[in-house]
Ligand binder design. Structure first.
Ligand SMILES: C[S@@+](CC[C@H](N)C(=O)[O-])C[C@H]1O[C@@H](n2cnc3c(N)ncnc32)[C@H](O)[C@@H]1O
Length: 201
């Protein structure tokens, strides 16, 4: 769905956005986290960043030589705003790389949608997720059915609300992040690797 100016964001982000959540779940990725990923993973073909925010991930992908399509539900000053990833019917590129919105179950819906798109394109999915999300009764069966090929546990990564350290809450620093990679050709269990962001800061 292409989102128009009269789109009702408040009902989309139900229940009402608690004060401690950033608008549109905007917690930009530190560049070191995406640089670290790109030091160990390559994607064949073009890449879609479907929740591009202000371009934190997209810029690094472009710098690494990828053709990148960057979209977002709203306008953070980069890419094509007004595209709700969850209602789009066709993929814009072969691979999908993003740090999705987390709250309100949105990350689960992003993973599900990205896996459905890449099942068609033959591409891979990379999502920056809270590592605690691996351990949840609602996700257990999905992970067992379609395990990520690799889980990269990051040593240090903080995604601040609106990218502003001054807005950090008690929750901000508690998150621990991992890149999860899904490859439709992968068979067997997930491999876990440890990845340091420090060399890429
Ligand atoms: C955690 S931020 C990450 C931004 C960017 N991916 C990055 O890594 O810096 C989540 C982003 O998802 C966007 N977003 C939220 N819901 C969306 C939706 N349904 N479709 C597309 N983008 C969405 C927000 O506007 C925000 O930019």
């Amino acid at each position: 769905m292409r989102v128009t100016a009269d789109f009702d964001y408040s009902s989309y982000f139900k229940p009402r956005v608690p004060e401690r959540r950033a608008p549109f779940e905007f917690y930009p990725t530190p560049p070191s986290a995406i640089r670290a990923l790109l030091s160990v993973e390559r994607f064949e073909g073009d890449v879609w960043e479907p929740a591009c925010g202000d371009g934190a991930i997209s810029r690094e992908l472009v710098a690494a030589g990828y053709d990148v399509i960057a979209t977002d539900i709203t306008d953070w000053g980069y890419g094509y705003p007004g595209y709700d990833f969850l209602t789009l019917e066709k993929p814009f590129a072969r691979n999908i790389v993003t740090n999705p919105p987390y709250g309100f179950g949105l990350a689960d819906r992003f993973v599900e949608k990205a896996l459905a798109f890449t099942a068609d394109t033959g591409g891979r999915v990379a999502m920056l997720l809270n590592i605690a999300s691996l351990c949840h009764p609602k996700r257990h069966d999905d992970f067992v059915r379609q395990p990520p090929s690799v889980i990269y546990a990051l040593d240090e990564c903080v995604c601040f609300p609106l990218g502003d350290p001054a807005r950090a809450t008690a929750h901000t620093n508690k998150h621990r992040y991992a890149w999860l990679i899904w490859d439709h050709a992968h068979e067997g269990d997930s491999v876990i690797r440890w990845l340091s962001t420090a060399p890429f800061a």
